[in-house]
Design a protein around this ligand. Structure first.
Ligand code: BGC
Length: 841
């Protein structure tokens, strides 16, 4: 019953050429290519015309080799936001933008998309994955990959497979039933590799069913043999821990390098007959094929070029994409869109109003060239005739952020910034940098001319300038020894250490902090020097990575004072827009969430503001679901995810009705935490007890969490009647079909609708969810017009994985196809007879 490979590789002239070049390499040369040259690249090999290949994260943008403000990257909306568009052509265009960014930064291979599923909203990287549904994930993933690779840049589908949460991700064994594995977790990879023809896959840190994913038989048996994948499998960073088992598996590239478990040990294993050289050859061939595809192999030209973008067209694309993913979850009394003419004063409140939270934390982090906050976006759109007031309401962060440039003066008096100095053990100055930010990362090198091995200390010199009077908390965060002096006097000298068992990325993203508070008068300046010893006994990352921050928290009022002020502003305004949410401190790679509540006293803030002004619009700025206990007490709820650098402009467009909120939920938003799958392994094992019933697939089953907003839910600015559904009366196993769904725009303005079709199998003998997504189509129509959505329903819709036969099977009989605007609102239905299986292979 196994499917034929979908991407077989005929022995073309090109393949023959790869084989010829492979033949020119010694075993040592071949093996050298199979471990990264450094953090972000693969060795060049002039003997076969291979240039250095550069890889880069993904998915919030394309970072490039430098990870700081000197190399800004277009910051695109979080993958949850992209999936919320349900709009494949739009996502393909965004993929083209990412290809443009990659080429601009000399990147050949983008480490995205992340297509693990939203098994549970606790997952720290939930924001970085598309959806809880395998079909929506797959279709958005295919579009993304087509866009990226259409521009000649490789996409890397990650993390294969079962990396659906972060707690103990390096070691946990995910026990996933065979049906859930095939029907849910592998399904997006299958389609993106097959239909999307992805050129690379990343093997995850974790294990699945007893095998670490960098050694897993799934790589060969499923990826190679069942699906015919002809691309390259690279490891997640530091995920390979063995030589022979991983080399025997269908893993091709160990990342990062140059040190790793292959190298000389693999050469020896081949010489001793423990690993077949043919396996090494296949890995090198795959690397050469990838190189050819991205234009890194001499005399193998590629024609693919990314689309052209300039700053204005990047901004326009990001603004359009962000708005297309905003989900209007509630809109009582049609409070939205706001009529600009009727406004004289708008209060923009909340902790996420003035500081744009555009991305989550982890390796996906990029440094955008700018961000537009909700406050800035709304002010710009409303102009001078409308007064826009602002109050922060509450300060929910527990960490002090990296120092904002506006407080930092370069010590030479030449304007904003800091001077970073690299010093040797005997305090010789080895080099320096002028920097315009408080977050510092160097990976493998401190830049041209600085002898990496000799750097023993990094110093940040700056002058802090107070913008207002009060207590300023200033300090550093990182791992190892930190000293700080203020106005020449030592403020602290500490060794900052991680808690035992912390994740590598947690170490990089939310390391321990040490602060020192000083009182400053308005415009007062004081000299600050932060010193970090990079080589110390407890620097668990060693010399390869140096990452730390200079932190600064300016004076702020107490939450009680800020809430009262926000309430007063709300009372005096025509409309209160409250922007609440999370930050990269809460949603990040490296750890899971332990609560879905909004951090701090944000729920209280919303309730108090809503009491003061019935026209309260709550904008939820989080990458993944949070609990909204006040949802029925406010006029409107707009879910914006982490929307990328154009946040504020896209928000203003939607609030004022320039654009419709185009999003529909790619994952249900629970009303409570009851019954949600946990992420804490027991004795190293994380059992996927819920089986097939994640998210909305658990709807209608006892003990599942009630949803606040169902899967697929989202309102626009018009209304729709679902008129009719037309499907063939029968189909055969292995054959797809199209459903034609007629809808009418019953409102007063042009609109977009995502027509969704769900399948169910009443009375079937095979255990299944009550319903599952079968297809969808995005459709637009003018006010009063009818339109027909043609929804493709694949053969796979009617199939289940037959664990006994080890293949896909169909239970013949009557299936129902229902159509509507969400999984919980399906006004149309039609039955379809699916015939007996005959001679399928
Ligand atoms: C992440 C990957 C990422 C890699 C390189 C890992 O920690 O899991 O998604 O691509 O780092 O930054």
């Amino acid at each position: 019953m196994t499917r034929q490979p979908t991407t077989d590789t005929p022995p073309t002239a090109e393949e023959a050429e790869f084989a010829r070049r492979l033949g020119a390499l010694t075993l040592e040369q071949k093996v050298r290519l199979l471990t990264g040259a450094d953090f972000w690249s693969v060795h060049p090999e002039p003997a076969v015309g291979l240039r250095r290949l550069v890889v880069s994260d993904g998915p919030a943008g394309v970072r490039g080799e430098l990870w700081d403000e000197r190399s800004p990257s277009a910051n695109v909306p979080s993958p949850t936001a992209l999936a919320a568009t349900w709009d494949e052509p739009l996502i393909e265009r965004l993929g083209g933008l990412l290809a443009h960014e990659a080429r601009d930064k000399g990147v050949d291979v983008l480490l995205a998309p992340t297509v693990n599923l939203h098994r549970t909203p606790y997952g720290g990287r939930h924001f970085e994955c598309f959806s809880e549904d395998p079909l929506l994930t797959a279709r958005i993933g295919v579009a993304y990959v087509r866009g990226v690779q259409g521009g000649g840049v490789a996409a890397t589908v990650k993390h294969f497979v079962g990396n659906d949460s972060e707690t103990q991700r390096m070691t946990l064994d995910a026990r996933i039933g065979e049906r859930a594995l095939r029907e849910l977790y592998l399904a997006p990879f299958e389609r993106i590799v097959g239909e999307g023809r992805a050129w690379a896959v990343m093997a995850a840190y974790n294990g699945v069913n007893g095998h670490s994913m960098t050694e897993s038989p799934l790589l060969r048996e499923v990826l190679h043999d069942d699906w015919g994948f002809d691309g390259l499998v690279m490891s997640d960073w530091f995920a390979v821990r063995t030589t022979e088992p991983s080399a025997r598996a269908a893993l091709d590239l160990v990342m990062p390098g140059p040190i790793g478990p292959w190298g000389d040990a693999l050469v020896a294993a081949v010489r001793e007959g423990k690993v077949d050289e043919a396996l090494v050859d296949d890995k090198v061939l795959r690397l050469l094929r990838l190189a050819a595809r991205v234009g890194a192999l001499s005399d193998v030209p590629t024609t693919a070029r990314p689309p052209k973008y300039d700053a204005a067209s990047v901004a326009a694309r990001l603004r359009e994409t962000a708005a297309a993913g905003f989900v209007l979850a509630r809109n009582e009394g049609a409070v939205l869109p706001l009529s600009r003419a009727a406004l004289s004063r708008v209060a923009v409140l909340g902790p996420n109003a003035a500081v744009a939270r555009t991305l989550g934390g982890g390796s996906a982090t990029v440094f955008p060239p700018y961000t537009v906050s909700p406050l800035d976006g709304i002010r710009a759109a409303l102009g001078d005739d409308v007064e826009v007031t602002h109050g922060v309401g509450v300060t929910p962060q527990t960490r002090t952020p990296a120092a904002d440039l506006s407080y930092l003066r370069h010590p030479d008096g030449s304007g904003e910034g800091v001077e970073v100095r690299f010093l040797s053990a005997d305090a010789t100055l080895l080099g320096s940098e002028r920097r315009t930010g408080g977050a510092y990362t160097w990976m493998g090198s401190y830049g041209p001319g600085v002898p990496t091995g000799q750097v023993a200390r990094v110093e940040v010199h700056t002058v802090v300038r107070a913008t207002g009077p009060g207590p300023y908390a200033i300090g550093g965060s990182g791992i190892g020894r930190f000293r700080m002096s203020v106005a020449g006097t030592e403020a602290f000298d500490v060794h900052l250490q991680l808690p035992p068992g912390a994740d590598l990325v947690e170490a990089l993203m939310t390391p321990p902090q040490r602060l020192h508070t000083i009182d400053l008068a308005e415009n007062e300046e004081t000299e600050v020097v932060l010193t970090h010893d990079i080589v110390s006994a407890d620097d668990s990352l060693g010399e390869a990575v140096t990452m730390f921050q200079l932190n600064l928290q300016p004076p702020h009022g107490s939450d009680d004072e800020e809430i009262e002020q926000a309430v007063a502003l709300a009372r005096a305004a025509d409309v209160a827009v409250v922007v609440v949410g999370t930050t990269e401190e809460v949603e990040s790679e490296g750890f899971d969430r332990d609560s879905l509540a909004l951090p701090g006293r944000q729920d209280e803030l919303v309730r108090r503001v809503a009491e003061a002004n019935p026209r309260t619009v709550v904008v939820v700025n989080s990458g993944s679901p949070v609990l909204l206990p006040w949802a029925e007490e406010v006029a409107a709820v707009l879910l914006t995810w982490f929307p990328g650098q154009e946040f504020g402009n896209a928000l203003a467009d939607v609030l004022l009705g320039v654009t419709e909120p185009g999003g529909r939920l790619p994952t249900l938003w629970p009303a409570s935490e009851q019954g949600l799958p946990a992420t804490e392994p027991v004795d190293g094992v994380l059992t996927y007890d819920e089986g097939l019933f994640i998210g909305y697939r658990g709807d209608g089953r006892g003990g599942q969490q009630p949803s606040r907003y169902g899967f697929g839910h989202g309102l626009g600015y018009t209304t729709w009647d679902y008129v009719s559904i037309d499907v063939p009366g029968e189909t055969q196993p292995g054959a797809g079909l199209t459903a034609e769904v007629r809808i009418r725009n019953s409102g007063t303005r042009h609109g977009k609708e995502v027509v969704q079709v769900y399948a169910s199998r009443p009375g079937g003998a095979v255990e299944r969810p009550v319903r599952w997504l079968a297809g969808f189509a995005v459709i637009e129509a003018a006010a009063g017009e009818e339109a027909v959505a043609t929804v493709t329903v694949d053969a796979r819709t009617f199939e289940h994985w037959d664990t006994e036969a080890g293949g896909w099977a169909v239970e013949p009989g009557t299936y129902t196809l229902e159509a509507g605007p969400s999984s919980t609102n399906l006004p149309l239905a039609a039955d379809i007879a699916v015939g007996q299986e005959s001679n399928r292979s």
